[in-house]
Write a protein that binds this ligand. Sequence first.
Ligand code: GDP
Ligand code: MG
Length: 163
Amino acid sequence: SLPLVAVVGRPNVGKSMLVNRIAQADEAIVHEMRGVTRDRSYHVADWNGVKFTLVDTGGIEMGDEDAFQASIRHQAFTAVAQADVIVFLVDGRAGINADDEEVARILRKGDKPVLLAVNKLDTPGRVDEMWEFYQLGLGDPWPVSAIHGHGTGDLLDEVVVHL
Ligand code: GDP
Ligand code: MG
């Protein structure tokens, strides 16, 4: 089966926007895959001939604060267990919050390659806002704009290096 690339991060950072940009539009969902659950969707992607399955996590984002936090932790642990490469997406406009730090802690303890992508940097002037994310201890941040597609090619070049 294809290698698995999981996109994790707290709600509203742009995971689904990024996945929909990267995935092939006409192959939105891989049906009948084992382990498909309501809180994840699987998409086929191809970058310069390298095919992989892209997992969009975190569909369940309601409930009380405890359930919400448990869900974020669960997605991070599942990604560490199952993915070949993890893209940890954060919101470059909102900055770092406690949920980002919690996910980062889990990912740092895991043994999978993690690419930290900083989203919503839509204009060149905003790219400087990625530097604060060094604090998450996951190496160089990759600036992206899921809406415009800026930076996604460089990010994917790095993803496939690890597949
Ligand atoms: P998810 O909850 O992480 O899956 O986030 P979504 O993909 O649903 O996006 C959450 C919100 O962020 C939506 O209103 C998007 O339009 C917005 N968004 C996503 N990517 C970008 C981006 O690159 N730039 C800007 N400005 N907004 C974005
Ligand atoms: Mg989503």
